[in-house]
Design a protein around this ligand. Structure first.
Ligand SMILES: Nc1ncnc2c1ncn2[C@@H]1O[C@H](COP(=O)(O)OP(=O)(O)O)[C@@H](O)[C@H]1O
Ligand SMILES: [Mg+2]
Length: 249
C-alpha cells in the first residue's frame, strides 16, 4: 500500500513537472521557427536550426502525450453507437493510410447499433492509436482489417453482451517476450516512438469497464481486440455505480 502511494505521488510529481516544461518548451520551439524564417545564408546554421526545431517539437509532442496519459480529462460519458464512433475515426485513418505505402484497409462492421456508455472523444483516440500502431508495424505495406461484433459471454464470472472491436494487421508481430510489456508507459521498440499509445488505450478502456485482448506472432501480424460491455447490461449499471464487475483478462 505504501509503495502504491509512493508511486502515485511520483506520478503526480512527474505530471506536474511535465506540465511546467511544456509551456516554455513550446515558446522556445515557436521562437526558433520565427528565427529560422529570417535565417539566410549560412547553410550549416540553417541545418542546425532545423535540428533544434525538430527535436524541440518532438519533445513537446512527447510531453503532451504523457500528460494525456498521466492526467486524462474526466470521462464525459454518454450512450453512443461504437460502430458510429469507429466510422467517424475511419475517415481520418483512411486519410493517414493514403500517405503510407501499400496499405489496404478492410472493414467489416456488425449490423445494427453497438450501444455502449463511453466518452466518444477518448474512444476515437483508442481507435486512432490502434490503427497507427498497425500502420507502423507494416512499413512495407499490408492489410489492416477492422471488424466489430457483439457476443454473449457467460464464463469466468462475466455474463452479458460484449462488444468487440478488432484491429488485425499483417505486420511484423510482437515477440513473445514483449507481450506483457507493450501496455507499460514508455515501452517502445520504435526509434521515434513514445511508448505511450497503448498505455493510454489501456487506461481509457479500463476506466470504461472494458478490457483488451492481444494475439500476436512475430512476423505474422497482430490482432488487438477492444472489449466493451454493451450498455443496458447489468454489468454496466454495476460499474456505473462505482463497482467494476469486469475483470481484466
Ligand atoms: N500492431 C502492432 N504490431 C506490432 N507491434 C506492436 C503493435 N502495436 C504495438 N506494438 C508494439 O508495442 C509497442 C508500444 O506501442 P505504443 O504504446 O503505441 O508506443 P509506440 O507506438 O510509440 O512505440 C510498440 O513499440 C511495438 O513494439
Ligand atoms: Mg503507438
Amino acid at each position: 500500500m505504501r509503495r502504491k502511494d509512493w508511486l502515485a505521488s511520483l506520478g503526480e510529481m512527474s505530471a506536474g513537472m511535465a506540465h511546467e516544461i511544456r509551456n516554455p518548451l513550446g515558446a522556445l520551439a515557436g521562437a526558433m521557427q520565427m528565427l529560422r524564417k529570417d535565417a539566410t545564408g549560412d547553410e550549416t546554421n540553417c541545418r542546425l536550426m532545423d535540428i533544434a526545431i525538430r527535436e524541440a517539437t518532438r519533445l513537446v509532442n512527447i510531453i503532451t502525450e504523457f500528460l494525456q496519459y498521466a492526467r486524462p480529462p474526466a470521462l464525459n460519458l454518454a450512450e453512443h453507437d461504437l460502430n458510429k464512433v469507429l466510422a467517424e475515426t475511419l475517415d481520418l485513418v483512411q486519410h493517414e493510410a493514403r500517405t503510407r505505402s501499400n496499405i489496404r484497409i478492410v472493414t467489416s462492421l456488425a449490423t445494427g447499433a453497438l450501444a455502449a456508455l463511453v466518452d466518444q472523444d477518448q474512444f476515437r483516440q483508442v481507435f486512432w492509436n490502434m490503427a497507427t500502431n498497425a500502420f507502423e508495424a507494416m512499413p512495407e505495406g499490408g492489410q489492416l482489417t477492422i471488424s466489430t461484433s457483439c457476443r454473449h459471454v457467460d464464463a469466468g464470472g462475466r455474463k452479458g453482451d460484449v462488444i468487440e472491436i478488432a484491429f488485425q494487421d499483417t505486420g511484423e508481430g510482437i515477440p513473445k517476450q514483449n507481450l506483457d510489456k507493450i501496455f507499460l508507459p514508455f515501452f517502445t521498440t520504435k526509434k521515434e516512438g513514445s511508448g505511450l499509445g497503448l498505455a493510454a488505450v489501456h487506461r481509457i478502456v479500463d476506466l470504461h469497464g472494458g478490457w483488451i485482448k492481444v494475439e500476436s506472432q512475430a512476423r505474422h501480424g497482430s490482432r488487438f481486440v477492444v472489449c466493451m460491455p454493451r450498455s443496458g447490461d447489468a454489468g454496466v449499471r454495476l460499474w456505473h455505480e462505482g463497482r467494476t464487475p469486469w475483470k481484466r483478462s
